[in-house]
Ligand binder design. Structure first.
Ligand code: NAP
Length: 342
């Protein structure tokens, strides 16, 4: 390791999240000494660009981390790859920042959104691994944390409107191909492969597998991860829905508070929350939308209103680029905090 500059590995460098990690590292002027892009044998030999230079993608193998002196390893190649290779990376001395769900709920692994629980990063020493939360959870807790500090949350209900790129590059491609086939009147070419049903011109209330309690795994991630990140046990109920949007997740969130609130103070709290931008001017048709959130590092919140029947309930709407805010940007922000602390 060069002084104040780090050797970085990106596992899944050819994927939707991996590519975005490269962009965010560059934009945030991350101190990179050496870069090692990794993927499966299928993409070995491909090239990725970083700061004007081309890097050859290498195959991730059992010996990768022994043969390379990596300081920080970003993992975004799926849970089974992380399960096997992240401990090898950690054993070689790297800190792992993992985008998959594999380690998130493991008690000795910190689950971190730097705007909410940066203090938990310190726990990385126990395993060498820091987990990045689920994309829908990250944008929600960035909003819940400051509101909970101010008004004490009693309960949260959320419905998500999740973009196809949440299922990786293949998800995005499936929407584009199906739309092309649909408008060419070739409905027989709209067979679903990535999603359970046709996503073009449709909405699917089903992300990940169903559990015995009737919720999906994606929905339970939002419940369990929110409680772990905020160190709170207020009830959360989620309905996660896939929509035919390419990029950026949206969420309709209903929050019941224990304390009284007024809308002016809610807006002040959200305006001063880190990484949150209030866009709430219905008179001018201004509210957050996926199109505007895409390719940015902020979570946008609007449609802020009190419930018609219960004065302790607040409703709002938020959008964020889930490949950035929900994955790459959060991971790089974790790495920057980790550097600050170490
Ligand atoms: P993706 O676009 O499908 O990319 C997957 C990446 O993993 C590719 O670079 C692929 O390389 C690599 N990979 C697959 N199998 C591998 C193996 N055996 N060894 C090494 N590399 C392998 O998926 P993604 O959307 O980037 O998601 C990656 C992970 O991040 C997933 O666990 C996902 O749940 C999580 N995540 C995704 C999002 C999102 O919005 N997309 C948000 C948060 C978290 P090849 O090119 O060689 O196949």
């Amino acid at each position: 390791m060069k002084m104040n500059s780090y050797n970085i590995a990106i596992v899944g460098a050819t994927g939707a999240v991996g590519e975005e990690i490269l962009n965010v590292l560059d934009e945030m002027k991350f101190p990179v000494n050496a870069l090692l892009p990794l993927a499966s044998a299928k993409s070995a030999g491909e090239r990725v660009e970083f700061r004007g230079e081309e890097y050859v993608v290498k195959e991730l193998t059992e010996t990768t981390f022994d043969e390379n002196e990596i300081d920080i390893a970003f993992f975004s190649a799926g849970g089974s790859v992380s399960a096997h290779f992240a401990p090898l990376a950690a054993a070689s001395g790297a800190v792992v920042i993992d985008n998959t769900s594999h380690f998130r709920m493991q008690e000795n692994v910190p689950l971190v959104v730097p705007e909410c629980n940066p203090q938990d990063i310190e726990k990385w020493r126990e395993t060498g691994i820091i987990a990045n939360p689920n994309c829908s959870t990250i944008q929600m807790v960035q909003i819940l944390k400051p509101l909970d500090d101010a008004f004490d949350i009693e309960r949260v209900d959320v419905s998500t409107y999740q973009a196809t790129s949440g299922a990786g590059k293949k998800g995005m491609e499936e929407l584009v191909m199906q739309l092309q086939s649909f408008f060419a009147f070739k409905l027989d070419e709209c067979e679903p492969h990535v999603f359970q049903h046709r996503i073009a011109m449709n909405v699917i209330p089903h992300i990940d597998v169903f559990k015995d309690n009737g919720y999906t795994k994606e929905e339970m991630k939002m419940v369990n991860e929110t409680q772990k990140i905020l160190h709170k046990n207020f009830p959360v109920s989620a309905t996660c829905v896939r929509v035919p949007v390419l990029r950026s997740h949206s969420e309709a969130i209903t929050i019941k508070f224990k304390k009284d609130f007024n809308l002016e103070r809610v807006r002040e709290v959200l305006c001063s929350a880190p990484s949150v931008v209030v866009v709430d001017n219905p008179a001018q048709n201004e509210y957050p939308m996926p199109l505007n959130a895409s390719d940015t590092n902020e979570t946008y919140v609007g449609r802020i209103r009190r419930d018609n029947f219960d004065e302790k309930i607040l409703h709002l709407w938020c959008c964020a680029d889930q490949i950035r805010v929900g994955a790459a940007t959060n991971a790089v922000r974790i790495a920057m905090k980790w550097i600050e602390n170490n």
